[in-house]
Write a protein that binds this ligand. Structure first.
Ligand code: ADP
Ligand code: MG
Length: 186
């Protein structure tokens, strides 16, 4: 967990909020970025998060999906792609490293960098071209090192139960409304 998300823990303590409640905490950490924590009680909530992200996804966007094996990164990526009306199967790119989808609004490439050991190997995966032509979803973005675009929307998933997940989200301020509209903000 990042220092900034440790800050959310302290904020919850200070406000005496039960941790992991189904609300969103949003703080503009500076004028350029935001921080949000969303509780996902079940799969439906994760799909709803995917719908929100898909609604704002544009050409040139990177969505970095962090979290341990089984946290729900592929499930969230699938929800984003389904919202963009991808009807074909959406396999995990664990072995192919990248899957490409055409959607009516934009092309999307879905990466899984788990097996990438050296960030230099990413140069062969066409990330720059992908961002010129569409948006990219990246699982295991830590393996991209400095090649991860600095303006990525970062969603870190943590399993808190069999069905429940915690989403810690940070990124450029333009994404903030996506996670605050219709949510309880304090
Ligand atoms: N709220 C939830 N959000 C995401 N996945 C969930 C949730 N509840 C249960 N799951 C299950 O957890 C598993 C997540 O797997 P997957 O998305 O492949 O994880 P990852 O890509 O992070 O390794 C799936 O079997 C999914 O059905
Ligand atoms: Mg996965």
């Amino acid at each position: 967990m990042s220092d900034r998300h440790a800050g959310i823990n302290r904020l919850e303590d200070a406000l005496r909020l039960p941790p992991h409640r189904a609300t969103t905490v949003v703080m503009l950490t500076d004028s350029h970025s935001f921080l949000s924590r969303i509780t996902l009680p079940d799969l439906t909530a994760t799909k709803a998060l995917g719908m929100r992200v898909a609604g704002r996804l544009q050409i040139g966007d990177t969505v970095a999906l962090k979290g341990d094996l089984g946290a729900g990164k592929t499930t969230l990526a699938r929800a984003i792609l389904r919202t963009l009306t991808v009807a074909e199967s959406v396999p995990s790119p664990t072995f192919t490293l990248v899957q490409t989808y055409e959607t009516p609004r934009l092309a999307v490439r879905h990466y899984d960098l788990y097996r990438i050991e050296n960030p230099r190997d990413i140069d062969e995966l066409g990330l720059d071209e992908a961002l010129e032509e569409g948006a990219v979803l990246i699982e295991w973005p830590e393996h991209a090192g400095s090649r991860l675009p600095g303006d990525a929307l970062q969603i870190a998933l943590t399993a808190t139960g069999a069905q429940s997940r915690l989403a810690d989200i940070t990124g450029p301020a333009r994404w903030a409304p996506v996670f605050t509209e219709g949510a309880l903000v304090r």
